[in-house]
Each structure stands twice: as structure tokens, then as C-alpha cells.
Design a protein around this ligand. Structure first.
Ligand code: SF4
Ligand code: SF4
Length: 128
């Protein structure tokens, strides 16, 4: 079992959860390469010890134990795991279009936070 970060992290990405994780299994951290170009953070399911410390830190209720991930966000369980076993190129090929669509919708709704901004984002690259 593990915890998963779901859709609400997109466009927020404030890293509040990172600092409380006792096993450093939430990435990317702000000081890691690629942070500014990611849409959200991901939990490594092989390292997560199910402590739940990250859950109350999240201002947008994005983190769930896997068994409690809402039905419409179940694919985020695979997405979190994929981040740790795929190359960035392969990960983006599988997931970036979905993430971009969520990002654009939140931006249009005025929900894009400064820390959630994806550097160099161009909706046209995703046909949006
Ligand atoms: S449940 Fe605990 S170990 Fe797992 S990501 Fe959250 S803080 Fe880290
Ligand atoms: S606290 Fe929530 S919104 Fe912030 S980075 Fe973690 S999962 Fe994303």
C-alpha cells in the first residue's frame, strides 16, 4: 500500500507535503532538476511507509491512501508509480497531455497558484 497525489496538486504544487515526509519519497523537491517544468508532485509507492503525515499539510486535499483515492482519480495511482520507473520522456508521453488539460482548465478558472506555474508551458504544444 502507499499514498498517492491526485489531481488537486496540479496548479498548486506548493511542496508543503515534502518537508514532513520522514522517508523523502515525495518528488520533485524544489531543489531538484526539472521541478519548474513538472505539473505536480508524486509519491514513490515503494518507499512510502503509509504514515499519513503528508495528508494534513496539503492545502488542496490532493493526497490519499491508495484505497481511498476517489474513483475519477484512480489513474493517479499508476501515474505516481510511473514517475519513479519511467524516463521523463516516456512519462510525459503517457501523462503530460492529461496534466496539461487539467492545468489549462484551472488556469482558466483562476485557480493557478504562483508556485504551481509550469515554466515554459505552451498550451498549443498539447493541442489546447
Ligand atoms: S504517507 Fe508518510 S511516507 Fe508516505 S508520502 Fe506521506 S509522509 Fe511520506
Ligand atoms: S501539499 Fe498538496 S498541493 Fe502541495 S505539493 Fe503536496 S500534494 Fe501538491
Amino acid at each position: 500500500m502507499a499514498f498517492t497525489i491526485a489531481e488537486p496538486c496540479i496548479a498548486t504544487k506548493d511542496t508543503a507535503c515534502v518537508n514532513v515526509c520522514p522517508v523523502d519519497c515525495i518528488h520533485l523537491r524544489k531543489d531538484e532538476d526539472g521541478f519548474s517544468s513538472t505539473f505536480q508532485l508524486y509519491i514513490d509507492p515503494d518507499t512510502c511507509i503509509d504514515c499519513g503525515a503528508c495528508v494534513p499539510e496539503c492545502p488542496v486535499t490532493a493526497i490519499f491512501p491508495n484505497e481511498d483515492v476517489p474513483e475519477n482519480w484512480r489513474e493517479y495511482i499508476d501515474k505516481n508509480a510511473d514517475w519513479y520507473k519511467m524516463s521523463r520522456e516516456d512519462f510525459d508521453a503517457k501523462w503530460a497531455a492529461q496534466e496539461a488539460a487539467v492545468y489549462v482548465a484551472k488556469e482558466a478558472a483562476g485557480e493557478l497558484k504562483e508556485e504551481g506555474t509550469v515554466e515554459g508551458f505552451d498550451a498549443a504544444n498539447y493541442g489546447l
